[in-house]
Ligand binder design. Structure first.
Ligand code: 5RP
Length: 224
């Protein structure tokens, strides 16, 4: 199976957990895309749910699929969120945000009673920081100062680009991708990085997921 087939497999398995009447956090990314397609199909067959999108991209796809959308002002407590991840460690801690939606994703997860992560096997790592940079969303004002402070904590910091220009998030901020060899104490790192002036949020999601549905060449593996 190719990577896209694996993503679809994980996504469609997660959608089996969606029950009528649920208010559902809708994550962002290429794996969540397949969950949105499946949800759209189920909605067209009569499933009644409300989705809370974590990005403009997800809102656009969900709308196209006919999924009813609302916001956290109307629904501050969600039944379930389905989202992707960039890295998953053995303790179910995550790096997220390569898709640029980490702030809205973290707020949505905070509002959610459950988080199911969907991924293909390439996202499983022995420790966080081994493959993916850690995305950190920062305000534009004085971002160079924030970058320098982040640089003291990791081996390299790169401002994310979108073609020739700086990448701008849905919240109007920059993203700094921080490269580590490994993040030894991710719970502490999450708090300490968020304490730096200029940081809006970082992509460490610690003790947030209830389970990860990981699609492998040998079938679905559920990590709890
Ligand atoms: C977006 C995210 C995504 O969930 C993460 O990047 C995984 O994306 P994909 O399924 O495309 O690999 O955190 O901010």
């Amino acid at each position: 199976m190719d990577l896209e087939a694996l993503k679809r497999l994980a996504a469609e398995k997660a959608v089996e957990a969606v029950e009528p009447g649920m208010v559902l956090g809708l994550g962002t990314g290429s794996t969540v895309y397949y969950a949105l397609l499946k949800l759209g199909q189920n909605v067209r067959s009569g499933l009644d749910i409300i989705g809370i999108p974590t990005s403009i991209q997800t809102a656009d796809i969900a709308q196209r699929e006919g999924i009813k959308l609302s916001d956290l002002a109307t629904y501050p407590e969600l039944d379930l969120t389905i989202d992707g991840a960039d890295e998953i460690d053995p303790d179910l801690n995550l790096i997220k945000g390569l898709g640029g939606a980490l702030v809205r994703e973290k707020i949505t997860v905070e509002a959610s009673n459950r988080l199911i992560i969907i991924a293909d096997q390439t996202k499983v790592v022995p420790h966080l920081g081994s493959k993916s940079p850690l995305p950190v969303e920062v305000v534009q004002f004085g971002w160079e100062v924030t970058r320098n402070r982040l640089g003291q904590r990791c081996s390299r910091v790169v401002q994310r680009q979108n073609r020739e220009a700086a990448y701008i998030t849905d919240n109007g901020n920059y993203i700094l991708d921080c490269y580590f060899e490994r993040i030894d104490n991710p719970a502490q790192a999450e708090v300490e990085i968020n304490n730096l002036p200029g940081v809006v949020e970082n992509g460490l999601f610690i003790n947030r997921a209830e389970q990860a549905i990981i699609a492998t060449q040998n079938g679905i593996h559920i990590q709890c």
